[in-house]
Design a binder for this molecule. Structure first.
Ligand SMILES: NC(=O)c1ccc[n+]([C@@H]2O[C@H](COP(=O)([O-])OP(=O)(O)OC[C@H]3O[C@@H](n4cnc5c(N)ncnc54)[C@H](OP(=O)(O)O)[C@@H]3O)[C@@H](O)[C@H]2O)c1
Length: 282
């Protein structure tokens, strides 16, 4: 299949480049495929004539979205509509990556696909509108994921390792629960989902759950690093954007579709650490 991937400089696109063997991948740089430009989207999609478009591009800086709401809406919502139109014209499938932040986090059991959404941040609201826009393409898959990271990229794992290497004391929130998910696990699952023709909305995170503090503790334990790590509350660490306190996603629908490749988050972490992180590759 010919697969066009947006957001080529991001961590999920990087993982797709590494894992989608056997397909003809096209990953234009942002200078060529700028999601803020409808003409660029139309031109690249019509020239590439892809079977599948994976939209990995997004305005992902959750706090910055609060002060740059117009840009967040343009990239996370309006551009997805333009992609949906361009895909429809080519009869291509659109895979849209969405987020656990479409929920408000007041739930007490893992969220199912049909649970009511109620985002509490600009990022979450724009990503939810992005889901609606993606659904305008007749052939679409909307994969909600959470707490993405991998060996490569700007993410929580590399931030924690860099901070510990500097000997900094770390206070990490222990009252937000979710599922850390590796980009490579998500990329492998998306590949199989595409090959098997999954459609609609599907929750696609690693299994299990933890807090950000629990995630940090697991990273340092696995690496044998005696970090100066302390739990704190969300109230101790105010941020411009509100985040859901509980955003674990239920994977029942995904498992019912067959070929579930999403391992437990701790097993996925060990897989990443075994291969080394960004800094160790330099
Ligand atoms: N990261 C998470 O924890 C997480 C959790 C749930 C869902 N998601 C979703 O998963 C998807 C992939 O996220 P990720 O973690 O791979 O994020 P990422 O590393 O930030 O990648 C997103 C990429 O999109 C690019 N981008 C921004 N504006 C663009 C534009 N106008 N045109 C083209 N590209 C543009 C960014 O470039 P710049 O860096 O140069 O701006 C960045 O390289 C996104 O849809 C995100 O919303 C992420």
């Amino acid at each position: 299949m010919k697969v066009l991937v947006t957001g080529a400089s991001g961590q999920l696109a990087h993982a797709i480049r590494q894992t989608w063997s056997g397909h003809d991948l096209v990953l234009p740089e942002e200078a060529v495929l700028d999601l803020s430009q409808q003409a660029a989207i139309q031109a690249v999609v019509s020239k590439t004539r892809p079977d599948v478009v994976v939209n990995c591009g997004a305005f992902t800086q959750v706090d910055r979205c609060e002060s740059e709401a117009d840009l967040a809406h343009l990239i996370n919502a309006t551009a997805v509509g333009w992609l949906a139109e361009a895909c429809e014209a080519q009869q291509a499938m659109l895979i849209q990556i969405s987020t656990d932040y479409v929920f408000d986090g007041t739930g007490t059991r893992p969220y199912r696909e049909d649970d009511p959404t109620n985002p509490v941040s600009v990022y979450g609201r724009t990503k939810l509108e992005g889901e609606r826009q993606a659904a305008r393409c007749s052939r679409h898959l909307i994969a909600r994921t959470s707490w993405l990271y991998d060996a490569w990229g700007k993410n929580f794992l590399n931030t924690m390792l860099a901070a510990a290497a500097q000997g900094r004391a770390l206070r990490v929130v222990d009252d937000q629960r979710g599922a850390p998910t590796t980009c490579r696990a998500l990329a492998r699952q998306l590949k199989v989902a595409t090959e098997q023709g999954w459609q609609g909305l599907v929750h696609t995170t690693c299994a299990g759950e933890t807090t950000w503090h629990g995630f940090a503790k697991a990273i340092f334990e696995a690496k044998g690093i005696a970090a100066d790590l302390h739990p704190c509350t969300t109230a101790d660490y105010p941020t411009p954007a509100q985040r859901p306190a509980y955003s674990v996603l239920d994977g029942t629908r995904r498992r019912s579709l067959g070929s579930d490749l999403m391992s437990h988050w701790h097993e996925a972490l060990l897989e990443v650490l075994k291969e080394g992180t960004t800094d160790e590759h330099r």
